[in-house]
Write a protein of this length. Structure first.
Length: 286
């Protein structure tokens, strides 16, 4: 089966031909398979946000291509418009973009722009609300009467109500407390399971991407520096630190244990750490 997304030698230059010219992306190439959960990491200014805005046609490449199901999303205006429904993008702090008088109307905004019938819009709104843990009673409330975490869920529901095949999120847990973070991440996983959707998530939380993503893209200086499974990427811990990136706390602890002479493997999730320490305990009892 062909990849759902292909990025081919993508370059983007801001203010080209002026004194303010800046290359934000330089010859980026990668493919994304259906159902993958891809984490995108990189220091501030590395090109992450510019990259994801190309994936549903919000930005046009200076050169290169973005293909959705093998078709260039800039092939025609009709294809570009359809791509924006099939690839949903949730910006950082999306709750600031709420504007309707009820939660229902806010979530329905995207499906209504798709030209869907009222019955289909209602089905999508109610299903999206269920995915993100909103009650039917809350659909009639003003979004401005909700808590910060609830507003975030409304904004995410507004994107997934369009039932995108690819859901892209820019720091979806930014500013939330630990409970709120886990709820939002759970909502994203529920949508992935329910729709067999592809997820791409920009995050500064190495712990989150380590345990959720099956693949990581590492941006550095407008380039794609690494592309691989979490265990492959975090095996280059020193390189990541030199790029100005963090590594999972548990990875940092186990690196320190290895420097102290303890024979432990490289780990990047708490589950792996627990298994590794149990193995050490068993070996010491032998």
């Amino acid at each position: 089966m062909a990849p759902i997304l292909q990025v081919k030698e993508l370059t983007h230059v801001y203010s080209e031909g002026t004194p303010f010219e800046h290359t934000a992306l330089r010859n980026i190439s990668f493919s994304v398979e259906r159902g993958e959960f891809v984490g995108i990491i990189g220091h501030t200014g590395s090109g992450k946000s510019t990259l994801i805005q190309h994936l549903n046609g919000l930005l046009k490449p200076t050169s290169g291509q973005v293909l959705l199901d093998g078709r260039d999303i800039w092939e025609s205006k009709a294809v570009t418009r359809q791509s924006r429904f099939r690839v949903g993008l949730v910006f950082q702090y999306p709750e600031y973009q709420l504007f309707e008088e009820t939660v229902f109307k806010d979530i329905a905004f995207g499906p209504r722009n798709m030209g869907l019938q009222d019955e289909e819009i209602r089905r999508r709104v109610e299903e999206a609300a269920d995915f993100v843990g909103l009650t039917k009673k809350q659909l009639d409330a003003s979004p401005f009467d909700l808590s910060g975490g609830q507003k975030r869920r409304v904004a995410i529901a507004g994107v997934i109500a369009m039932e995108p095949e690819v859901l892209i999120l820019d720091e979806p847990t930014a500013g939330l407390d630990p409970a709120g973070r886990e709820e939002i991440l759970g909502n994203i996983l529920a949508y992935r399971r329910g729709k067999n959707a592809t997820i791409m998530m920009v995050s500064h939380s190495m712990g989150d991407v380590a345990r959720l993503a099956n693949r990581l893209l590492v941006m550095n200086g407008s380039n794609l520096a690494m592309d691989g499974a979490p265990q492959e990427v975090f095996a280059h811990s020193q390189e990541l630190l030199e790029m100005g990136l963090d590594i999972p706390v548990v990875t940092r602890i186990f690196l320190h244990l290895r420097r102290l002479g303890l024979d432990v493997p490289q780990v990047y999730t708490m589950e792996q750490a627990a298994d590794a320490l149990e193995e050490v305990r068993r070996n010491r009892q032998c």
